[in-house]
Design a protein around this ligand. Sequence first.
Ligand code: PBG
Length: 326
Amino acid sequence: MYLQRRNRILRQSPAIRAMVAETALTANDLIVPLFIDEGKGVEFEIPSMPGTFRRSIDGTVKEVKELWGLGLKSVLLFIKCKDELKDNTGKEAWNPDGLMQRSIRAIKEAVPEMVVMTDVALDPYSSFGHDGIVEQGEIVNDPTVDALVKMSLSHVRAGADWVAPSDMMDGRIGAIRKAFEAANHTRTGIMAYSAKYASCFYGPFRDALDSAPGFGDKKTYQMDYANRKEAVKEALMDVAEGADIVMVKPALPYLDIIREVKNAVDVPVSAYNISGEYAMIKAAARMGWIDENKAILETLTSIKRAGADLIATYFAKDAVKLLSHF
Ligand code: PBG
């Protein structure tokens, strides 16, 4: 048989495949989400997220040192707020001595070079489990934005390098940027959860922080999964308002959105490989139905191939270990 072109030439050995690979995953691409709790010596494995822990500050600091040693460069912090501190204003979110603020200080003191990003949304602090303030059953936009601004400023005062607003209120990126400028916080980054969809795949995360909505759902602020153009609108608006990085979330069921946003913006794009995506791989691997390590690398590479410059993932530590073996 005579063939002018044989495509398999480029696939015939591990060496040539590595040479022509279009996408390479590295430790630089990964953001590590961390769940933090009050107490000392606390290390609680989240039942729906095996291998992921909620730790007190002491254990978190130890973990961050290890992550830095593995070449990982950023962490994204989430805290579990005590029930008695939750209310409808979310005011614990900007307590200068709150768990988040103490965590930021401890991490920056222990590993100053680590890029510390913080989740900005009211849900862990809300007695209703919603990302904003509730009035007559409605999640009200503008009062929530005022609260998010206070929350962001308090994170930066505690030493956060980046804030990551995950609430999907309108106008919050512009309001936060304006407040940073007014307070001369000119080095602080904003990673906007720009296209965040109302997804059932957040379930395990809400278990981890005990932050499930007490009534209704998040569909009046998070996006409808039927929509694609709307993601571009959200991302472009956030860039115009001052976002340094825009995020698409979840990642795996939204690879088309990642590509669409990547093509539309001139800032780095991140994607969040969320709790439900993690849980599915863990569950199938435990059943012996898929090879976990292979699934991790294939999944993360696919998210990067789709257009994500950065990936927040609970698999970060596993992934860097696997990459170093290749
Ligand atoms: C809260 C928040 C959520 C996640 C990150 N920030 C959950 C939600 O919006 O209900 C989800 C992360 C994950 O599932 O891994 N604003």
